[in-house]
Design a protein. Structure first.
Length: 262
């Protein structure tokens, strides 16, 4: 599978402007022969704490409808972030859309970023999501979820590719890069972290989007500006590595749980 990451600088809370800007990345992904293109967390609005302004209801899913149409037009699987508006709190979501316009996976971020007040406005989801893209089983997580290895351990039982769309600020950029590689090594899977760039409110973003293989090798990495990066993912070497170096099967979850409560 050929995977593309769209490292973007989203216009603040401007969906229509970001829809137009996204087209150049879709065109580049098609030209480069990508199967799947991923956009960052809250792809078309930036990391806004105004769900009442940017949120969408199940009855009127503006962002999903736009990219369902474009997935068919460009012949791409598309990963896109959006806000599902609910009361009393909304959800930070990420969806995978097929070239036929079908929503294959729709994930609600499990860990809202308390430090950044996200938890004031957004509730945490309670389920993982999985889908098939070509020969791969894919599971999307979101940004702050990267700090919780338990999620990746569970997701990797089914998934060979785990996605981490993010709005990860430059102050903690080393954490982002290190944890992406760590999760790939720990769980013997491909990890794709797609971050934004530029500035929003008081925060700066340096990108550092990357695709990491199960050995922890960086297959593609973006710089500090808007950019599309692409890498080829191969399933058979992953399966072979998991079989020959079966570290994941040596886990002892029952013991770990016992130790937690001892």
């Amino acid at each position: 599978m050929r995977l593309a990451l769209a490292q973007t600088e989203p216009l603040w809370e401007d969906k229509e402007g970001n829809f137009r800007a996204a087209l150049k990345f879709l065109e580049q992904a098609r030209e480069k022969g990508a199967d799947l293109i991923l956009f960052p967390e809250m792809s078309m609005t930036g990391f806004s704490m105004h769900p009442e302004k940017i949120g969408e209801t199940k009855e009127n899913p503006v962002t999903l409808d736009f990219f369902r149409e474009k997935a068919g037009e460009y012949g791409l699987y598309i990963g896109i972030g959006y806000v599902e508006y609910c009361e009393p709190k909304s959800y930070n979501c990420y969806a995978i859309i097929s070239p036929e316009g079908e929503i294959l996976a729709d994930y609600r971020k499990i860990h809202p970023f308390t430090f950044g007040t996200e938890a004031v406005h957004y509730a945490g989801g309670e389920k993982l999501a999985f889908c098939r893209v070509r020969e791969f089983t894919v599971s999307p997580l979101i940004c702050y979820d990267l700090r919780f290895p338990e999620l990746f351990e569970i997701a990797s039982e089914r998934a060979e590719l785990i996605l981490v769309p993010a709005n990860w600020p430059s102050d903690r950029r080393e954490h982002f890069m290190t944890l992406l590689r760590a999760r790939a090594i720990e769980d013997q899977c491909y990890i794709a972290g797609v971050n934004r760039v530029g500035h929003a409110r008081t925060l700066g973003y340096t990108g550092d989007s990357m695709i990491v293989d199960p050995f922890g090798r960086v297959l593609a990495r973006a710089g500090e500006g808007e950019e599309l990066i692409v890498a080829e993912l191969e399933l058979e070497p992953l399966k072979k590595y998991r079989k020959e170096f079966p570290a994941r099967t040596d886990r002892k979850p029952e013991l770990y749980e016992k130790l937690r409560h001892s």
